[in-house]
Design a binder for this molecule. Sequence first.
Ligand code: ADP
Ligand code: MG
Length: 638
Amino acid sequence: MSETRIPFRAEVSRLLEIVVHSLYSEKEIFLRELISNASDACDKLRYEALTQPELIDDDSGFRIDIALDKKARTLTVSDNGLGMTRDEMVENLGTIARSGTGAFLDRLAESVAAGSEAKKDDASRGLSLIGQFGVGFYAAFMVAQMVEVKSRKAGTDETWCWRSDGKGEFAVEEEDNRAARGTDVIVYLRQGEDEFLDVDRARTIIGKYSDHIAIPIHLDGEDKPANRASALWMRSKAEATPDQYKEFYHHVAHAFDEAALTIHWKAEGRLEYAGLLFVPGAKPYDLFDPQRRHGVKLYVRRVFITDHAEGLVPSWLRFLRGVVDSEDLPLNVSREMLQNNPMISHIRRGVTRKVLGELGKLMADEKAYAAFWGNFGAVMKEGLYEDADNREELLKLLRCASSAESAFGALVSLDAYVGRMKEGQEAIYYICGESAEKLSRSPHLEGFRAKGVEVLLLTDTVDDFWPAAVGTYDGKSFKSITRASAELDKIRGAAGEGDKAADKKDEESKVAAGDMASLVALVKLTLGEEVKDVRVSARLTESPVCLAADEGDLDIHLERFLKQHNQVRVPIKRILEMNSKHPLIARLAERAKAKGASETLQDVVWLLLDQARLADGEAPPDTAAFARRLGEALLKVV
Ligand code: ADP
Ligand code: MG
């Protein structure tokens, strides 16, 4: 029969190039990947057979067989799972059907390059990304000079063979019938890879990586399976070892890091289900995909149902990986019927409670918790915004960067913040921006710092949204310090701190209230419609001016975010605040008193407005005018 030659898609070729040419120390994982695929294929057929039992009439005992042929130097992984049609083979074994493939390959190539020069560790970390990305099949080319896949899809009677040496193309052709449904993956080992023909070596590999696979793996025709073949999540905790949890995590999550948390429990009560969930130790690459899909597989009485059952896990816990296995859902539940199913909602509430409880316990280990929060805090905060039912618990789990000197660089909890609040302070103050580092230099912070009042430095996109949605914690409202209403006057600073220093400065350069009022009026007149209002500031101690948002207006950082996403067209007018204790403002007040609104004075006022914008990281809207005024001002000093 004639074969068709088809080139690999570009991304597969790149991947194979990397796989084949890297010196990966753990080549044995190719077997884990092939077994994992065989097990997936059995799971898929078991699901299909729920509605089409005739598909498994001939043979309902799922199994995986591994045959070692020393003479032909082949290792064959066979399964009686779903199988593939010709088109499915071309599609599944010739492309990588995932978003972000290019970016992933760049990362892979980078870390492999780094590893070949230096540490082997880095190389294996790089290659472990292969599994994370779910391109496990191609791992066979680490040991193979050629791979053949012979498959007959359940319910059909054609067998097709896929064949490739991993160099640019593959061939497909029709074969004499494979006796039964399923797939054989035949690995023709390269010179020097004979260790994988050894039964004991294969047994060790299966024990190490595949014991948790719930389908029996028969090695070289042996009757007794080489794995335990019982679902790990159904075992009691006492029956499972840390290594088995680890391998299972790698299998379900396509991940190769150490899980930060392993949560294994059985819920009994109105509904019965088992859960084995993992909080990854590293960020999955698709964490911020717009689809926000979670990674918890749904099983019903050991039968795999679906990967991303909607509603099983809240989207702000989408970093979770693992399995939930229900005893109560009907087996014939279709994937579509799962949406809005009350049992699923019930399980979701149970899963959420369990996970939040375990995260609560993790807080005792500050370092581990900070690492967790660094990876997934931004995702958890989405829950603050959209899940009112769990808000209280989420607020306990929340961690933020802080302006407090004692806590700088560390993450603080709201309880710690509240514990440090000053006498007379009623609100929890925060400021949003790009980085804690930049924010810590914002003029808005000056007055707060001078009084020793702590400000939370929030740098995730979602931070622009949740404080308003949450409203209060422990009876204290959240207040952005870029708002004009963030009043400092009522707060008593800690004794010996800012207050005294500020008082001293007051005496030095205090402008008479009347003069300041005239200056404010003059600035208002000059800037006209450009600002919403001009006021004397209570918050500035170092800078001459800053811009604040009026109560009820969009916060400054949020406006910028929305502008970037084309959601705001007309700029929102801000309030210009002036620091009457600043020598520049004092001089201006004097000048205004003596000479009124001269042209020079007006130029300085416009420059001050642009200075306030720049301090917020905002470009002056009329950069040419700004440059001209700055030039003229400089002329006067040099
Ligand atoms: P993943 O398992 O993450 O999907 P792989 O590279 O391991 O990625 O496999 C690619 C695809 O090839 C699988 O998704 C599946 O559709 C198909 N496949 C691989 N092995 C088998 C098999 N033994 N039986 C049926 N389909 C298979
Ligand atoms: Mg796979």
